[in-house]
Design a protein around this ligand. Structure first.
Ligand code: OAD
Length: 247
């Protein structure tokens, strides 16, 4: 780590030491070191697949079998993944601050596997399916194997992955809880996200309006970088344990 980076880490640690309420927002980058592909950037899913064909309600209406095939493939990648030191450090952060809230755009469930409890999965969870007829009917499919047919609810309606697709609203209660936590925090950590998908992309400016210090942890620059108070450039699986060590 060079001088500039260690200075940035020092400032982040000082900000965290004085913080009462801390919020972390994570994106696909936190799971990259676990072997789960990100969406944008090299090796990203949207480099190979078209979101319009696989992650929209229209795509599911057109070809549910294709969409399910893609989700089963993603589930198989995630099933082989384990939480990495970044997930584990964030799980331990829960006990380090009077208030700590974890917001994730990830659907892989690795934060929960790492031990995080106060977590809001804003984009859903890939291991759950829900009925297209009665959306409150939700099924845990962690132990299920892909079948030849599109899975159905006992009521006969098709099941769909319980995730948020493009063009769909997020759960308003989850968004409200997330916004409340961000408005009230002293430090906002924005980790491994390209920070371009709304409404999560709007949260850093909400935090800054509340005078919070915004810390970005990312291997590359993002649209948020210029706005962040502190930028920690590097893999979250290295940076977050280092921050924890210095706390
Ligand atoms: P992206 O793939 O857009 O961004 C991943 C970010 O992680 C990039 O900024 C990378 O530079 C960074 N990154 C990669 N490896 C990293 C590492 N080891 N440590 C730290 N940073 C790393 O993923 P998201 O921002 O999560 O939504 O994408 C947001 C949403 O867009 C997703 O939830 C998904 C996607 O389309 C839906 O499917 C609705």
């Amino acid at each position: 780590m060079d001088v500039i980076e260690s200075d940035a880490i020092g400032r982040a640690v000082e900000a965290l030491k004085g913080a009462r309420a801390v919020v972390a927002i994570t994106g696909a980058g936190i799971s990259a070191e676990s072997g789960v592909p990100t969406f944008r950037g090299s090796g990203g899913l949207w480099r190979t697949f078209r979101a319009e064909d696989l992650a929209t309600p229209e795509a599911f209406a057109r070809d549910p079998a294709l969409v399910w095939e893609w989700y089963w493939w993603r589930r198989s990648r995630i099933a082989a993944a384990r939480p990495n030191p970044g997930h584990l450090a964030l799980a331990r952060f829960e006990g380090r601050f009077p208030a700590f809230t974890l917001l994730t755009q990830n659907v892989d469930g690795l934060h929960v596997e790492a031990g995080s409890r106060d977590i809001i999965e804003l984009h859903g969870n890939i291991w759950r399916a829900r009925c297209t007829g009665e959306p409150r009917r939700v099924f845990d499919q962690r132990r299920e194997m892909p079948g030849p047919d599109v899975p159905r609810c006992p009521c006969g309606a098709l099941l769909r992955p319980d995730v948020v697709w493009f063009g769909e609203p997020l759960d308003p209660a989850a968004v409200d809880r997330a916004a409340d936590a961000v408005r009230a925090c002293d430090v906002l950590l924005v980790i491994g996200t390209s920070a371009v998908v709304y409404p999560v992309a709007a949260l850093p400016s909400l935090a800054r309006r509340g005078q919070a210090i915004v810390v970005e942890v990312n291997v590359d620059p993002t649209p948020l970088t210029a706005e962040a108070d502190i930028v920690l450039r590097g893999p979250s699986g290295v940076i977050l344990p280092e921050v924890e060590r210095l706390l």
